[in-house]
Ligand binder design. Sequence first.
Ligand SMILES: [Zn+2]
Length: 153
Amino acid sequence: MRDPLSKAERSALMARVRATGNRSTEGICEDTLILAGIKGWVKHPSEILGRPDFYFAGRKVAVFVDGCFWHGCPICQRRIPTRRRKFWVTKISRNRERDSRVGRKLRAKGYKTVRIWEHELRTRSWLSRLSLALQRKRPMRSKLAKKADEKCR
Ligand SMILES: [Zn+2]
């Protein structure tokens, strides 16, 4: 897939990311959106359930940037500290439950949700996913639903 950023923009972005060191995942995401020229978003709108990190009102797309540790990323599987292990396990599983509950409710109300893992920010794959979500006016209908429609005819 094509990189929406030019070579110069990409290296400028990477330099900024490096320079800021422990910059928040949200900050990195924001920089990328700006450099990629993706507009029309606000941060943490209080009127939208779950207060997404970025929200595109025109397209009803809610974007959440999840820290791999805090949201229990299945790919990274960060080690849970042995001290107060129970506390961490409970905390992370509560976060995961909330994430899926919020996602379900938003989608039921016609919003599209895009979840970006912290580890995904190392590449640009999430930008393509986001662009796709912003292009589609409506969520794609499942093949199953289409088949059911055909049968009814
Ligand atoms: Zn991860």
